[in-house]
Ligand binder design. Structure first.
Ligand SMILES: *Cc1c(COP(=O)(O)O)cnc(C)c1O
Length: 497
């Protein structure tokens, strides 16, 4: 399987190359030359497979330059005791909806699903492509990616990782998780700006030809762990299959019935993996895109106009505070029947004027598959309490956005199709908001996030995840703080070039 760029101006590459490079040289995203479709019987034969077997099956279709042995090694190293649930991505069956929990990995958010395996893919990719330089992972994070990438890459031989996070755009827990990170090859830098500033800064470093050449001469090769990397995306396809098959096993649906997925969305990575799963033969009715008040995707899905010219809002679901949803480019590539010229044009418009409008037929194709609404912070707080009262089930703020949007979907469409909500973070990770929602403002006033962890645990009887316990007592190891314009210089300083 070869990989093409969505902008059509780069040569085809192998999967190892695509994973090593992250972004295509023409600025586009790598996509597989064709999408594999599982037959109905092929899908049914996975009915009783465990997570790891499904993962191996999916990867072997797309990472064809990796041997079966190598794929086994990657999967077995990634999905083991580092997850605190033997199902890896367990499904909870609530009264009228199912919840796919994607936060049982070491950092308590769904980014672990991909970032526990990406370093293994990448180290092998470097070896396969004869790379002798040290791989330097640059990450811009809205909170969860950074920590998950740090955990995935810490002390991985032949790699270094530099994480930029928006100084006041992440929760206290997220920040502490990052600035206390241990590991010989890790660097964590606070940026005085928002996530888009961090992401644009990283993109500028990647596309700076002279700088990259200079790095190459010093035996450094930049790569990305952001969800634009194909090695991040393909692992996320797996749990759409595993959760579907679980509903079949539980007799919630018959094999072949369609389901809806509701996905709390920021960079459009997670929900795009659902689209790929559908293209690969998974019976999907609707992919419901749940946004917060940074509702640029909701507007796009409703109108066909993508317009990021709006105020960037800080919400209580910070991992979705994004105005440039990079992975949308891959969807547009598919729904335009792979019209790279169109994509190139729209992305140029986005860069110049911050907006573009797709043609009516493209809009209709998007609307055939996707439905979208958004939740405000107020909606989010309200529904956390409602879900707790109704189901005795605690959700974090991002998952709450999905619950709220699902209510909107049901009341607007009347659709009764079985539905899976993707839960993207442990409620303990965003405990300040969650505790306020279920315990009330009075009880939490003046309490630190760490006391709140305990109060929440006492109230719900749910244990505090091991990786969040004692976080406030760990030593702060990273104190750098810079302006967005200094990001390139920072990289140079860290690497000594
Ligand atoms: C990253 C993240 C999201 C958004 O996922 P995308 O792939 O960017 O759409 C949602 N919730 C949480 C908790 C996240 O960490």
């Amino acid at each position: 399987m070869q990989y093409l760029s969505t902008r059509g101006k780069s040569d085809k590459v192998s999967s190892a190359q695509a994973i090593k490079q992250g972004l295509a040289p023409d600025g586009g995203l790598f996509v597989p030359e064709k999408l594999i479709e599982f037959s109905k019987s092929g899908l049914e034969s996975m009915l009783n497979s465990e997570y790891k077997s499904i993962a191996k099956k999916v990867f072997s279709e797309y990472l064809t330059d990796y041997t079966a042995e190598e794929i086994n090694h990657c999967v077995n190293s990634a999905y083991g005791d580092n997850f605190d649930d033997k199902d890896i991505a367990p499904v909870r069956l609530l009264k009228d909806v199912s919840v796919l929990e994607l936060w049982h990995g070491p950092t308590c958010a769904f980014k672990d699903m991909a970032l526990q395996i990406l370093p293994h893919f990448l180290v092998l990719a470097a070896k396969k492509t004869g790379e002798e330089s040290e791989i330097v992972i640059l990450v811009a994070t809205s909170g969860d990616t950074g920590k998950a990438a740090l955990e995935g890459f810490r002390d991985v031989t032949g790699t270094r990782i530099i994480v930029f996070f928006p100084e006041s755009g992440v929760s206290e827990v997220q920040k502490l998780q990052m600035i206390t990170q241990e590991g010989k090859n890790v660097h964590v830098v606070a940026v005085e700006g928002n996530f888009d500033d961090c992401q644009s800064g990283v993109k500028r470093v990647f596309s700076d030809k002279d700088f990259n050449e200079e790095l190459n001469q010093k035996s450094y090769k930049l790569s990305s762990a952001n969800s634009i990397n194909w090695g991040r995306l393909i692992p996320q396809v797996v749990y759409y299959f595993s959760s579907y098959l679980k509903l079949v096993r539980e007799n919630k649906i018959n094999f072949g019935d369609k389901v809806n997925f509701v996905v709390p969305t920021g960079n459009f990575g997670n929900i795009l993996a659902g689209y790929y799963a559908m293209k690969m033969g998974l019976p999907v009715n609707k992919l419901i895109c749940a946004a917060n008040s940074n509702n640029v995707l909701t507007d796009f899905i409703k109108t066909g106009m993508y317009d990021k010219n709006r105020e960037f809002l800080r919400t209580i679901s910070p991992s979705m505070d994004i105005l440039i949803s990079s992975n949308l480019e891959r969807l547009l590539f598919e729904v335009t029947d792979r019209n790279a010229d169109k994509i190139d044009q729209w992305m140029a418009e986005l860069k110049q004027s911050g907006k573009y409008e797709v043609d009516d037929d493209v809009k209709e194709k998007v609307q055939d598959i996707f439905w979208s609404e958004y939740a405000t912070d107020e909606d989010t707080m309200k529904i956390i309490k409602e879900v707790w009262d109704k189901h005795n089930y605690l959700v974090d703020t991002h998952t709450a956005v999905a619950f709220k949007v699902y209510e909107d979907y049901k009341s607007t469409t009347g659709d009764e199709t079985q539905t899976i909500i993707l839960s993207t973070a442990s409620p303990f990770k965003f405990n300040a908001s969650v505790a306020k929602a279920v315990l009330g403002e009075e009880k939490i006033k003046g309490k630190s996030e760490f006391l709140l962890l305990e109060m929440l645990s006492d109230y719900t009887g749910w244990p505090i995840p091991a990786s969040l316990r004692g976080l406030d007592k760990r030593k702060v190891l990273h104190t750098d703080k810079i302006a967005p314009v200094d990001m390139k210089q920072k990289v140079a300083n860290i690497l000594g070039v």
